[in-house]
Design a protein around this ligand. Structure first.
Ligand code: ASP
Length: 338
């Protein structure tokens, strides 16, 4: 029945399609295509028809840059009318960044975009790739899904809420601040009330500019000079990963002076918590209040990945600083709670 749906299977790289080389797993052109030829289950009528699009070069996702997010977005946009949905095969290391970025870059999205990959290559005997691939193809053929999601190991997560939590388990991802959109066991169940409605079209890829941003995780004893160095031009945005509910060293005046000097110059500094769960609240402690007074933006319960990609996307758009700040505060694609 599902041969009626057609899915573009976009292979950007990652472990799923890698081959064992002399120095470890590495991407290998044509390798995945050959493996897929041998998977008889892909001809099952319950699996949608698909067309493989292989990137050149295939990348370990540690090599991905914002230009690669744009490349994936264009691969989708170029085929948007011809396909019902899209699966992006991608390395798990930076999948949460790419899925977050795509949720912002694909304006007017009304079809499923499913990121998946695996912890063990498809060619290996105990691989998690087969199930991830088959279920992702089925998810990409759903008419009730119209956003960027991430699927691995039985859970469907909103792409911009996901974060990699395990380097060794098949349960590599979680979305600690949002319930999964769906679960996959005996049945594939999507929770309709959690899904985002299709956006009004047409689909448009927002181009990214060459903006310089940074991310910095606070640690005890971090010197204000380090912060100053990070915030120096040409940096235009910083995701500052703070303690707990958005807290920072309240007694370190030089620290807040460095921040205030940067925000006065128009640098957008976003406060995200180092905690996996929960949100920033800059009214709880003096350190948080001082961050707010220094012009730091409340990142709410966004993941650091979502905050960073959103910042790049907003700064790419030639907006006044206050509009970038308002955009960071707003929930635009389901990436933060109210
Ligand atoms: N290093 C790999 C990558 O991110 C890991 C994986 O795919 O799981 O490309």
């Amino acid at each position: 029945m599902d041969r009626l749906h057609k899915v573009a299977l976009i292979h950007a790289g990652g472990t799923i399609g890698m081959r064992r080389g002399r120095r470890g797993f590495e991407p290998a052109p044509g390798h995945l295509a050959a493996l897929l030829e041998d998977m008889r289950e892909l001809a099952d009528p319950r699996i949608p028809g698909f067309e493989l699009v292989e990137f050149d070069p295939l990348l370990d996702s540690a090599d991905m840059r914002p230009a690669d997010w744009e490349r994936i977005a264009h691969a989708i946009a170029d085929r948007y009318q011809a396909f019902d949905g899209f699966v992006v095969l991608h390395g798990t290391d930076t999948m949460a960044y790419s899925a977050s970025a795509l949720s912002f870059l694909l304006e007017g999205l009304a079809k499923p975009v499913v990121f998946t990959g695996s912890q063990i290559p498809l060619a290996e005997i105990r691989s998690d790739a087969r199930e991830n691939l088959l279920t992702s193809l089925m998810l990409a053929a759903r008419d009730d899904l119209a956003e960027v999601v991430l699927y691995l190991n039985g859970v469907v997560l909103r792409g911009n809420r996901a974060t990699k939590v395990s380097s060794s388990g098949f349960d590599a991802f979680a979305s600690p601040n949002e319930e999964p959109l769906g679960s996959v066991g005996v049945a594939i169940t999507l929770h309709r009330e959690r899904l985002r409605p299709p956006q009004a079209g047409p689909l448009r890829v927002v181009p990214l500019a060459d903006v310089t941003v940074a991310a910095l995780r606070l640690f005890p004893g971090m010197r204000a000079e380090l912060l100053r160095t990070v915030l120096a031009a040409p940096v235009r945005g910083l995701v500052l990963e703070t303690y707990g509910a958005g807290n920072a060293p309240a007694r370190d005046d030089a620290f807040f002076e460095a921040l205030a000097e940067a925000t006065d110059r128009g640098v957008v500094v976003v406060n995200c918590t180092q905690c996996l769960r929960g949100r920033v609240d800059m009214s709880g402690y003096v350190g948080g209040a001082r961050l707010r007074e220094a012009g730091v933006v409340d990142g709410g319960d966004m993941t650091a990945e979502a905050a960073l990609t959103k910042l790049i996307w907003l700064l790419s758009q030639d907006l006044p600083t206050r509009a970038v700040i308002a955009g960071m505060h707003a929930d635009l694609r389901g990436e933060r709670s109210a």
